[in-house]
Design a protein. Structure first.
Length: 244
């Protein structure tokens, strides 16, 4: 069972809340090193097609396009896409809901969803939509949060008696096994799982990101001693498959 906080607001209000988040540019982004790391683990073939679902400000798209991929991004936040348009260009972006993707079946070679599926009203529907638009044996990279990240347990639960919150209208946290079960119940086979506890800064922009989010430095420094099942988040590499 996923640990979840579900908003009773209509989707319009949820979209409004994300437009407010994206009005503070960079508030929901990760480091450049993170987006490079995800693409490295996904290992897309040259000139293949990729869809970034809930692309936000377009940071992963920037690196995917830089690698020569035929990448597109969708998001339901117009505010996020305004920033993304400046970063990657309007022709790579579409205003759309991740639970109702505006593409025909088996259109993309790869899909990514980074720290967003847990905020969908229906993660199951989001997974099935990603599976639908992926070609046979297409691959997906999904980043999802752990309900038992050990520093959160120490800082929030042990010290304060409250669980962690990302302060978003819809939130879900789950263990590695719970996320894996959900993914595999909706048309994917998990082929690899990686722990994510922040990435080594490789550029000046990465250092600026850590300066904005200084507590993330602690996560990174403790990563070598953080076991997979107690990590901050998980990166699932998945393959679309046909049920027998």
């Amino acid at each position: 069972m996923l640990n979840k906080k579900i908003s009773l607001k209509p989707k319009h209000d949820v979209i409004t809340s994300y437009n407010e988040h994206y009005s503070d540019e960079g508030h929901l982004r990760d480091s450049d090193a993170f987006y490079r790391w995800v693409l490295k683990k996904l290992a897309p073939l040259p000139n293949s097609s990729l869809l970034d679902v809930a692309c936000g400000e377009g940071h992963l798209l920037r690196f995917a396009l830089g690698q020569g991929l035929r990448a597109q991004g969708v998001d339901f936040s117009i505010r996020g896409l305004i920033t993304a348009r400046r970063i990657v260009g309007a022709k790579y972006l579409l205003l759309a809901d991740g639970e109702q993707l505006p593409y025909v079946d088996e259109f993309f070679d790869y899909a990514t969803n980074l720290g967003s599926l847990e905020h969908f009203p229906s993660p199951e529907r989001g997974l099935r939509e990603m599976r639908r638009v992926l070609k046979e044996n297409g691959k997906a990279a999904l980043v999802l949060p752990n309900s038992y990240y050990w520093l959160d347990i120490l800082w929030h639960v042990w010290r304060r008696g409250y669980p962690v919150s990302h302060r978003q209208a819809i939130e879900r946290f789950a263990t590695l096994g719970e996320w894996k079960d959900l993914i595999e119940q909706n048309g994917f086979k998990v082929t690899r799982v990686y722990k994510y506890n922040m990435c080594f800064p490789r550029t000046l922009e990465d250092l600026r990101w850590y300066r904005r989010f200084p507590r993330k430095v602690i996560y990174f420094l403790l990563s070598p001693i953080t076991p997979l099942n107690l990590s901050y988040s998980f990166l699932f590499i998945c393959q679309r498959y046909e049920k027998p």
